[in-house]
Design a protein around this ligand. Structure first.
Ligand code: ATP
Ligand code: MG
Length: 403
């Protein structure tokens, strides 16, 4: 028996004690959904701390598998996976399977790495290594190198089956989306907030998005750009919902009542309050922003305090300790950098003052806000928000019921 399979490993989940089952189920569901989206409907088996995805009778390396590998590389919670065979539980079939797989080994040294979690298997791991290694040497005349081999032939002898593979692919790690609850991410078309959204997704939170814009007073290009960014980010969580919220009417009221240097702080407090309404609707636990300490004049500790004072839920800032270069490098890795690099009209630059308050005062903000009645505009902004669903073909329809 030589069945083409992918063995999927998830590191951190295994450490979660009694929550482990919950995490495994979430990852199982996420893998299943991501693959169903590309038309793969075979069962993904959950066995002994790993998942086994059966590729059926197709040849390993079939081009249709490339898309499966690509998907698996982007599912949070997967640490690595190997493409190979499931073989019968005896040394003869293990050797046969390894010989078939080793046809594609690059020239150069190799080693065999056996993990035997089923101690009932009659040979020890070193014995399997020796026998299989010798068979490869006899057949392909490749040199063994235990310390720094070009290729590693991996054999896993588990209770559920015996799995062998050579090609091992790195996943992105983290936790499966949905396992840590839900958040609303305040997303702009810039570099930072998409990266912040990714990092929080990778820690298992499902991310809803809120984008605030000043259309029709400026162009809609920030909306289009955010739409593209979310398209990319949805590869990591499969389905995303974004509220495109028009706030120009609120901004006009702020401009009329506030000293110019306070505008941006007041806009941020408005964003936070509106985002909380969206969060309540989707039962989210926290907000997320792409701020990093001291990156720009508005992102000082004091200003963050002034913004957070308007929030009733935690405001998470996953990029707080990162440099701009580190953020952009991560944006490049996850594929949002080129989209964010396009120019766009930002709502905060709409009637932007020349100078920005770097050390705001809560008392002063309260004083200004006491003179503005936003109630009507808040409801209008939510009511007029466009909802964009970026997802696969199984997406559900979502409607705006802030009426
Ligand atoms: P980014 O690259 O994410 O735009 P930035 O360095 O340009 O960040 P700011 O423009 O000061 O920083 O924004 C700080 C954070 O406020 C952003 O990371 C984002 O979370 C939120 N934010 C800013 N503008 C908007 C917007 N128009 N809609 C939603 N959130 C926004
Ligand atoms: Mg910005």
């Amino acid at each position: 028996m030589q069945k083409s399979i992918i063995v999927i490993h998830y590191g951190e989940i295994a450490l979660k004690g009694k929550n482990r089952l919950l995490f495994e189920k979430q990852l199982h569901r996420n893998i299943h959904e991501a693959l169903r989206d590309i038309g793969y409907s075979k069962d993904v088996q959950r066995v002994n701390g790993r998942f086994i995805l059966s590729l059926g009778d197709d040849e390993i390396g079939d081009s249709s598998h490339e898309i499966i590998l690509q998907r698996l590389r982007e599912i949070p919670g997967i640490t690595y996976f190997g493409v190979g065979f499931e073989v019968g539980r005896n040394i003869e079939e293990i050797v046969d399977g390894v010989i078939t797989l080793s046809k594609d080994l690059p020239s150069g040294s190799f080693k065999v790495d056996t993990r035997r979690s089923d101690k009932g298997f009659p040979l020890s791991s070193p014995e399997v290594n020796r026998l299989v290694g010798q068979a490869i040497v006899d057949r392909f005349n490749l040199p063994v190198n235990l310390n720094n081999p070009v290729s590693v032939v991996r054999i896993e002898i588990a209770f559920s089956g015996v799995y062998i593979f050579c090609a091992r692919y790195q996943g992105i790690g983290g936790l499966p989306v949905g396992a840590s609850g839900k958040v609303v991410s305040l997303i702009s078309a810039g570099f930072d907030s998409p990266v912040a959204s990714y990092l929080i997704m990778k820690r298992g939170a499902r991310v809803y998005f809120a984008h605030f814009h000043s259309s029709p007073y400026v162009s809609r290009n920030s909306i289009d750009q955010v739409h593209s960014l979310i398209g990319r980010l949805s590869d990591f969580q499969h389905e995303s919902i974004c509220y495109m919220v028009p706030i120009a009417e609120i901004q006009k009221k702020i401009i009329a009542a506030a000293p110019p240097q306070y505008r941006v702080l007041l806009y941020r407090r408005v964003m936070v309050r509106l985002a909380e309404r969206i969060a309540a609707r989707h039962k989210c636990e926290a907000l997320v922003t792409g701020e990093s300490l001291g990156q720009v004049a508005s992102q000082t500790l004091r200003n963050m305090r002034v913004v957070d004072e308007s929030a009733s839920m935690p405001v998470l800032r996953p990029l707080i300790g990162m440099d701009k270069e580190e953020i952009i490098s991560l944006a490049r890795t996850i594929g949002t950098e080129t989209i964010s690099a396009e120019p766009y009209d930002d709502c905060c630059s709409f009637l932007m003052p020349r100078q920005v308050e770097t050390w705001g005062s809560v008392r002063q903000v309260h004083e200004i806000e006491s003179k503005i009645d936003y109630t009507e505009e808040y409801e209008q902004a939510l009511h007029n928000a466009e909802i964009v669903v970026v997802a696969n073909r199984y997406a559900k329809e979502v409607t705006n019921d802030f009426t």
